[in-house]
Design a protein around this ligand. Structure first.
Ligand SMILES: CC(C)[C@H](C(=O)O)[C@@H](O)C(=O)O
Ligand code: SF4
Length: 420
């Protein structure tokens, strides 16, 4: 029996000839992502156990992002603990001050993600990095502490679900709409503890940014990871970004690899999608929900706060004025600078948007864009749970940057194709 790409990565990480779904393996970790929420508790656990060293200061990538810059005393204390620890342990890749950014946009952009590797992070959307043909998954603070100390973790090798993305996306339809449709079809537990492997023609036309939007949301279907194989698009991105330029492993699923199920999506038939409150699986085509009044639009996050997303939004907002509060958050300092250099910031300003510094901020109801009781927000983020962006009686509608921008102009859910 052949192996899936995920099984091959685990075989390598566990030093075995082959592994199969369900096997328990001890895997070597290549990169650990640390941020300001889950790492400070891991640091405390290590201290309590008297563990003073980290397995490799070059393989731990740290950035404060959730409450960056610190929004209150509590977050300032978290940042202080993170900062002291990074300095003490000599963490080489510590993105601080003006270099800090939303972790899942920052790590790939700064060249820390390599195909064929095992990457973990103290954040559920760590699955994003699977877009590079790597196994990548979120872990909690306890596992994070263990990984930091030993550079290893045990895993049950996940079974795989295959998604064949066929066809060509039509104008106004993006990878965000694809993943909202996938989650609509399988539900928030449809891929429980599975690797969601995406293949198919539609991927060929997608940039790495667009692919990351898909793998980013694997966790919203319960997936252990999301993964897309390496192709020319991946290689080009890596040539431009990778820090460690030594050869990386490109694995491919075998023709006779085993899948729990194969699901085909006709991307050409998709409309822009909106996931209504309060689950990412509550998707509907825009034609079914256009017209619903909104109070805020949020364009940012690790799902859709990359430069391509901001270009798409700016294209629609150019020369227009927004009718509701519209918050644009470039996900990293580099994206923020590109936004200025390319004139996007000016377009947003002229349209009446607020452009913020890179942060998770309002995506998780942290700060800078909290919703009041009864308010509705169309958001390019990945979660629309009860109270996610503020008051328990507020509502979040997940959509692409194009749909969010068009909706900002009209103050109600709007089909972006109207502005194309
Ligand atoms: C705060 C953090 C642990 C959390 C996560 O793990 O996903 C956050 O990033 C989120 O999106 O809800
Ligand atoms: S941008 Fe949102 S989803 Fe992404 S890591 Fe930050 S809080 Fe989590």
């Amino acid at each position: 029996m052949g192996m899936t790409i995920t099984e091959k990565i685990f075989a390598k990480a566990a030093g075995k000839e082959s592994v199969k779904a369900g096997d328990i393996v001890n895997a070597k970790i290549d990169v650990i992502m640390c941020h300001d929420v889950t790492t400070p508790p891991a640091i405390s656990m290590l201290k309590e156990k008297g563990i003073d060293t980290v397995f490799d200061p070059d393989k731990i990538v740290v950035t404060p992002d959730h409450f960056q810059p610190a929004k209150d005393i509590k977050s300032a204390e978290l940042h202080k603990r993170l900062d002291t620890w990074c300095k003490e342990k000599g963490i080489t890749n510590y993105y601080k001050l003006g270099k800090a950014g939303v972790c899942h946009a920052l790590l790939p952009e700064q060249g820390h993600i390599r195909p064929g590797e095992v990457i973990v992070g103290g954040d559920s959307h760590t699955c994003t990095y699977g877009a590079f043909g790597a196994f990548s998954s979120g872990i909690g603070s306890t596992d994070l502490a263990a990984a930091i100390a030993t550079g290893e973790l045990w895993f049950k090798v996940p079974a795989s679900l295959k998604f064949i993305l066929n066809g060509k996306l039509s104008e106004g339809v993006y990878s965000k709409d694809v993943i909202l449709e996938v989650i609509r079809q399988i539900g928030t537990d449809g891929a429980l503890y599975m690797a969601m492997e995406f293949v198919g023609d539609a991927l060929k036309d997608m940039t790495m940014e667009a692919r990351m939007t898909i793998t980013n949301m694997a966790i919203e279907a319960g997936g252990k990871s999301g993964i897309i194989g390496v192709d020319e698009v991946t290689k080009k991105y890596l040539t431009e970004t990778l820090k460690d330029t030594s050869e990386y492993d490109v694995f491919e699923s075998d023709g006779d690899a085993e899948y729990v199920k194969t699901i085909k999506i006709d991307c050409g038939a998709l409309e822009p999608m909106v996931a209504k409150p309060h689950l990412p699986s509550n998707g509907a085509p825009i034609s079914e929900c256009a017209g619903l009044e909104m109070d805020q639009a949020y364009i940012g996050s690790c799902t859709n706060g990359r430069i391509e997303d901001l270009r798409i939004a700016a294209e629609i907002l150019k020369g227009k004025e927004v009718a509701i509060r519209t918050i644009v958050v470039p996900a990293t300092p580099e994206i923020w600078k590109q936004c200025i250099d390319e004139g996007l910031a000016e377009i947003f300003y002229d349209a009446g948007c607020v452009v913020s510094a890179p942060t998770c901020g309002a995506c998780l109801g942290g700060f800078m864009g909290i919703l009041a009781e009864g308010e509705r927000c169309v958001s390019t983020t990945n979660r629309n749970f009860v109270g996610r962006m503020g008051h328990p009686k507020s509502e979040v509608y997940l959509a692409s940057p194009a749909t969010a921008a068009a909706s900002a102009i009209e103050g109600k859910l709007t089909d972006p194709r109207k502005y194309m």
